[in-house]
Design a protein around this ligand. Structure first.
Ligand code: ADP
Length: 196
């Protein structure tokens, strides 16, 4: 069944992993702005060249550019019936861009999954990931910048969506499968059922 979803959580909250699981179960594409930017950097596209130094520093890519990338992606046929956004919107300006785009299509978000993970836990997961994957923006400095931006700019978008009654707070600590089950239960409680 179609669902238009957003997953939000601090760095290291596991939103990427959980987002993919929800996307697969609901049969909807996962649109991760971080993945899109990293793929462009890896391929050396014009967009990649534009954003590389911004991403490596842990700063935000300009809103207009990011929103244009997301609009292009959501305009593709596979997103017509639903999608899961991961990493966008990331501030209130982007929320407004997304609202405008969705209104133009007579659509709206059905649910916002907010993964709740204490700061010490997400920090230790990030440090572990830095050692394993060596992502260019997993340096101590870039991590600190991203977490700070999360608190200051991203967390407030939840207040906007709370006033619309579409936020589900999910405890993001525990076994991966348990967290997935919590998310599925919350979505199903909204009448959003997986494809199979
Ligand atoms: P994380 O959540 O660990 O910071 P992401 O993969 O979501 O990682 O994002 C990596 C980087 O991509 C961000 O630090 C930022 O530079 C850029 N980025 C991703 N999404 C956005 C967005 N919505 N707006 C601006 N920049 C973004």
């Amino acid at each position: 069944m179609s669902a238009r979803l957003l997953i939000v959580g601090p760095q290291g909250s596991g939103k990427g992993t959980q987002g993919v699981r929800v996307g697969e179960a609901w049969g909807i594409p996962v649109v991760s702005t971080g993945d899109v930017f990293r793929a462009n950097v890896a391929e050396g596209t014009e967009l990649g060249l534009q954003v590389k130094s911004i991403i490596d520093a842990g700063s935000l890519v300009p809103d207009e550019l990011t929103s244009a990338v997301v609009r292009d992606r959501l305009a593709q046929a596979d997103a017509a019936e639903g999608f899961l956004l991961d990493g966008y919107p990331r501030n209130v300006a982007q929320v407004m861009h997304l609202d405008e785009f969705l209104e133009g299509r007579d659509e709206q978000l059905d649910a916002v999954i907010a993964l709740v993970v204490p700061r010490e836990e997400s920090l230790s997961r990030l440090t572990a990931r830095a050692a394993e994957q060596g992502r260019a923006d997993d340096t101590e400095e870039a991590i600190a910048t991203r977490l700070e931006i999360y608190e200051r700019e991203t967390a407030p978008i939840l207040d906007v969506y709370r006033t619309r009654g579409i936020v589900d707070e999910i405890d993001g600590v525990g076994a991966l499968d348990d967290i997935t089950a919590r998310i599925f239960a919350a979505l199903e409680a909204r009448g959003l059922r997986p494809a199979q």
